[in-house]
Ligand binder design. Structure first.
Ligand SMILES: Nc1ncnc2c1ncn2[C@@H]1O[C@H](COP(=O)(O)OP(=O)(O)O)[C@@H](O)[C@H]1O
Ligand SMILES: [Mg+2]
Length: 139
């Protein structure tokens, strides 16, 4: 069977985001990110849009003082998110390692959206990339 995939072109009045298969995290959760930024009075690392606390709250979910509900993005141990965010707040890189389908990419996109406001700044490795290549080859 041959499946042909036609490149899509934007119709009149249609934007690139209208065509997206799913919206970027910073668009889908723009309301939550704006509410967090407005109510976050904790210190923010240089060039971070939110404090580490607010980034972790964005990932794990919670309620803000004004009643805004932050939906959980990652369902799992809080500790993993707290360690990930803390690691990024230092001058170290964060390496998420695990079997496929355990939300590594998902968490990375949401972390990028919360920290920088742009989840497209993502370099996606493949299952064929050995850990050593990332650990020692990445700069
Ligand atoms: N612990 C989790 N919490 C929330 N969503 C999850 C979780 N684990 C898997 N998912 C869902 O599964 C999808 C696939 O995960 P993905 O990030 O692509 O995995 P990985 O990059 O680790 O292979 C995610 O987009 C998310 O919707
Ligand atoms: Mg992945």
């Amino acid at each position: 069977m041959t499946v042909s995939v036609e490149p899509t072109t934007a119709q009149a009045g249609e934007t690139e985001s209208d065509q997206a298969l799913r919206p970027h995290a910073e668009d889908a959760f723009a309301h939550e990110l704006a509410a967090l930024a407005a109510q976050d009075d904790r210190p923010r690392p240089a060039r971070w849009r939110l404090s580490p606390w607010a980034v972790a709250t964005y990932l794990l979910g919670g309620a803000l003082p004004d009643g805004t509900v932050i939906t959980p993005k990652y369902v799992g141990p809080r500790r993993i998110v707290e360690v990930a965010v803390t690691t990024l707040a230092t001058d170290r890189a964060l390496l998420l390692l695990g079997v496929p389908g355990t939300a590594k990419t998902w968490v990375s996109e949401h972390l990028a959206a919360a920290v920088s406001g742009d989840s497209t700044l993502l370099v996606q490795g493949t299952a064929g990339t050995p850990e050593e290549a990332i650990r020692y080859g990445w700069n």
